[in-house]
Design a binder for this molecule. Structure first.
Ligand code: PLP
Length: 391
């Protein structure tokens, strides 16, 4: 772990020029280095340490350094998307025939990747468990388990798992424990402090925060794991983060703590409003006292995040009409940008699931997910109000 004297808010903004070399031009913002290759002084030797963009790039290095500080990790490896980060992590850790335990609420794309890469290609077995129940997790993890994969809160139902308790079980059997922290972000939750060996992020979401860059990051305190994912990423998969996207993510990070405060404040207000609305059957938000894991959220998170989902007391056609009439909320998949987005999981973000799987996962035709942005909360409330008034 880093031992920084500064708070996260300062680390998110600060361009540390102390490294010298490419950083000593007095820039107050990090420069974008586009060169794909770098001159050597003598065959195989260079003073600046750079050789070829896929193995190292000055702008990307500044981003990785900033991410280690913000996430309080020893090492960061960035990738071209969150999915690339998940693939690099899995392919570094999992061997043919391995046993894997995963939360049954993980991101659908991760589940597809597990099935295609780990199960179909490597012959691994993945056991999906209801990780809200620690007895189920305990029963699934055995001495044979190589990888434990958690996400908390989950998408779109905002279910939580006890990160530290899962960490204890995973550590006891020497399994690599990975947490996808994309939803909570390092501002609200720090899984490395709760036993995770690796944390992955889709930086496409809150860390970049402006819906204009795809990226992923892998954070760890374990140097041998970091070397392994770096190797897989650079030599085997090749999905490195481009210099311009590295720059955009650095730029987004400057306001990351400010944005998270606003996302959360707005989400809390909207969750309470929806909770009292006669046409809303149920609201999922860890900050609401009736959330089944509200106490756990208070214990392991420093805030409840910016995503809310809710079940309308309405037919599929009525739900569709609500989604079509929203104005401030944009109907689009994804989350984490400054603008508020609304998603209909059944036909959008979870449409890859067969109907029976979707129903079993609790994703009904009347479920709506909102990724609450940083707009004025009164405009968001009024928009929801006008959309729900015809129900
Ligand atoms: N993890 C979570 C929790 C996500 O929601 C997503 C994307 O929605 C990903 C990973 C994948 O990230 P990307 O779209 O950057 O590949």
């Amino acid at each position: 772990m880093t031992d920084s004297k500064y708070h996260l808010e300062t680390l998110a903004t600060r361009f540390d020029r102390a490294g010298g070399g490419v950083r000593n031009a007095g820039d107050v913002v990090p420069p974008i280095h586009l060169s794909t290759t770098h001159e050597m002084r003598s065959p195989g030797e260079s003073d600046h340490g750079y050789k070829y963009n896929r193995f190292g790039n000055p702008t990307r290095d500044i981003l990785e350094e900033r991410l280690t500080k913000i996430c309080d990790a020893e090492r960061a490896v960035t990738c071209a998307s969150g999915t690339a980060a998940i693939a690099a992590t899995c392919l570094s850790v999992v061997e043919a025939g391995d046993h894997i335990v995963a939360f049954d609420g993980i991101y659908g794309g991760t589940r597809l990747l597990f099935e295609d890469l780990l199960v179909d290609s490597l012959g691994a077995t993945v056991e999906y468990v209801d990780a809200t129940d620690m007895d189920t997790v305990d029963a699934a993890i055995t001495d044979e388990t190589a990888l434990v994969w958690m996400e908390s809160p989950t998408n779109p139902l905002l279910r939580l798992c006890d990160l530290a308790a899962v960490g204890e079980i995973a550590t006891a059997v020497d399994a690599t424990y990975v947490v996808d922290n994309t939803f909570a972000t390092p501002y609200f939750q720090r899984p490395l402090e709760r036993g995770a060996d690796i944390v992955v992020h889709s930086t496409t979401k809150y860390l970049n925060g402006h819906s204009d860059s795809m990226g992923g990051a892998i954070l760890t305190d374990d140097h041998s794991l970091a070397d392994a994912v770096e190797h897989t990423q650079s030599y085997d998969l090749g999905g490195t983060l481009a210099p311009f996207d590295s720059y955009l993510t650095l730029r987004g990070l400057r306001t990351f703590p400010l944005r998270m405060d606003r996302h959360e404040a707005n989400a809390g207000e909207l969750a309470r409003y929806l909770d009292g609305h006669p046409s809303v059957a149920h609201v999922n938000y860890p900050g609401l006292p009736h959330h089944p894991q509200h106490d756990l959220a208070r214990e392991q998170m420093d805030g409840f995040g910016g995503i809310v989902s809710f079940e309308l007391d309405a037919t599929a056609a009525e739900t569709r009409a609500v989604l079509e009439v929203l104005d401030v909320f944009t109907l689009a998949v994804s989350l984490g940008g400054t603008e508020s987005l609304v998603d209909h999981p059944a036909t959008m973000s979870a449409s890859y699931l067969a109907d029976a799987e979707r129903e079993a996962a609790g994703i009904s035709d009347s479920l709506i997910r909102i990724a609450v942005g940083v707009e004025h909360v009164d405009d968001l409330l009024a928009d929801l109000d006008q959309a729900l008034e015809n129900l």
